[in-house]
Design a protein around this ligand. Structure first.
Ligand code: NPG
Length: 381
């Protein structure tokens, strides 16, 4: 497929309710939608880099710059038949996994559409429904949190993830367990603790958590391996796993027993699949994380989560949990059994609604191959 035009759009979407973690709070979600055009088809990918460098160093601005000035020029006007070929061209550009993942996701969508199959099928997905969990941000107090959990359970969510941080952890989990002794519960610290908190973190074992996600630093593997030896609760790594090699090293040293895979964090679906395959070989369960995606990024994640080793509930909730009106149709909905149906149509299997995308757009840029400079033309005007 020849990549004829790459369009970048920065959009802003207002969240239905604010989302707060140990490190930051979001009320609106900016992101970049990448559209790649080829042979009359349009493929879509979402860049999950946010407003500031809170979750990782990437931001909307860095991603825009890297997509515009490096990634798009490296591939525009060229023919690719696989994501491996595309990634080979991006290899000289170091880092910036979220920017790369967005371009790669748009290419995967194109590839699947050209073969008239769903992205899930192209990736090797085997499920027709994926397990949906919900991530609940830090609330103003414990009664509000208990009420929120009650409401989410009533909606059909089967697994509850709570954000924790020093000062919002043991007491909160104790209250939640008292009220909901049997629910599938996990906690996500977004790197809020250090190994010096070991005695404190040991107390997490009393709550029967499915896992504790990224308790220590966003770049760390070594201290996590020490912590995992001391905890019964499985550690799940998120921020620390940026490449398939990180995943291998983490498993080699026992830094975690579960991995959260986010295509944006690991540079795209190809790497996400490699991490999935590695974990599968080693008997390590995975699940798909979320970054408050619009329907475009959500459709990519749903396709990924249809792979066989995504055996734990994912941070993939219904569209209505995030947006009053998503930019795709049909929206993702929660089924009665706490799952989300994997679309079967070509590519992402959802329709991007042009008027809604347009309404959310802050800026837009269409990139085309650089014109060939003819001998003798250089230096002129
Ligand atoms: O349902 O998309 C969702 C949110 C899940 O908790 C969630 N995401 O730390 O994993 C995280 C967190 C996040 C949100 C990270 C936004 C980065 C940006």
């Amino acid at each position: 497929m020849r990549l004829e035009t790459i369009e970048l759009r920065q959009i802003t979407m207002e969240l239905v309710e604010p989302f707060e973690t140990s490190g930051w709070r979001e009320t609106v979600r900016p992101c970049i939608i990448v559209t790649v055009y080829s042979d009359g088809l349009a493929g879509y990918g979402e860049c999950v880099a946010g407003a500031g460098p809170w979750y990782s160093y990437e931001t909307v601005e860095t991603a825009w710059h890297v997509l515009k000035d490096f990634l798009a020029p490296a591939v525009l006007g060229q023919d690719f038949t696989s994501a491996e070929e595309l990634q080979a061209k991006l290899k000289p550009i170091r880092g910036h996994p979220m920017a790369k993942a967005a371009l790669e996701a748009a290419f995967w969508d194109l590839l699947a559409q050209a073969q008239n199959i769903s992205l899930a099928r192209l990736l090797g997905g085997t499920k027709d429904r994926i397990e949906s969990g919900i991530s609940i941000g830090i609330q103003k107090d414990i009664p509000s949190l208990l009420e929120t959990i009650e409401h989410r359970l009533a909606q059909g969510y089967k697994r509850i993830k709570l954000k924790i941080k020093p000062g919002w952890d043991l007491e909160v989990l104790r209250a939640v367990r008292r009220r909901f002794p049997d629910i599938d519960l996990m906690a996500d610290a977004n790197a809020a603790y250090t190994i010096a908190d070991l005695p404190h973190l040991r107390q997490l074992d009393e709550f029967g958590l499915l896992m504790v996600e990224q308790p220590l630093d966003y770049d760390d593997l070594v201290d996590h391996s020490r912590l995992q030896r001391e905890l019964q609760t499985p550690i799940c790594l998120d921020e620390s796993i940026k490449t398939p090699d990180d995943a291998r090293k983490a498993l080699d040293i026992g830094a975690c027993r579960i991995i959260n895979i986010k295509p944006g964090r690991v540079g795209g679906l190809l790497n996400a699949k490699r991490i999935h395959d590695l974990c599968w070989e080693r008997g390590v369960p995975v699940w798909c994380g979320g970054m408050l995606e619009t329907g475009i990024g959500r459709a990519t994640n749903v396709a990924l989560a249809s792979l066989p080793n995504f055996v734990l509930p994912n941070d993939i909730s219904a569209s209505a949990r995030y947006w009053r009106e998503d930019i795709i149709e049909p929206p993702f909905v929660l089924e009665h059994d706490g799952t989300i149906t994997v679309p079967t149509g070509p590519g992402l299997g959802v329709r991007v609604v042009p008027e809604r995308l347009e309404r959310a757009t802050q800026r837009r840029l269409a990139l085309t191959p650089a014109p060939l400079s003819l001998p003798g033309e250089r230096g002129r005007g």
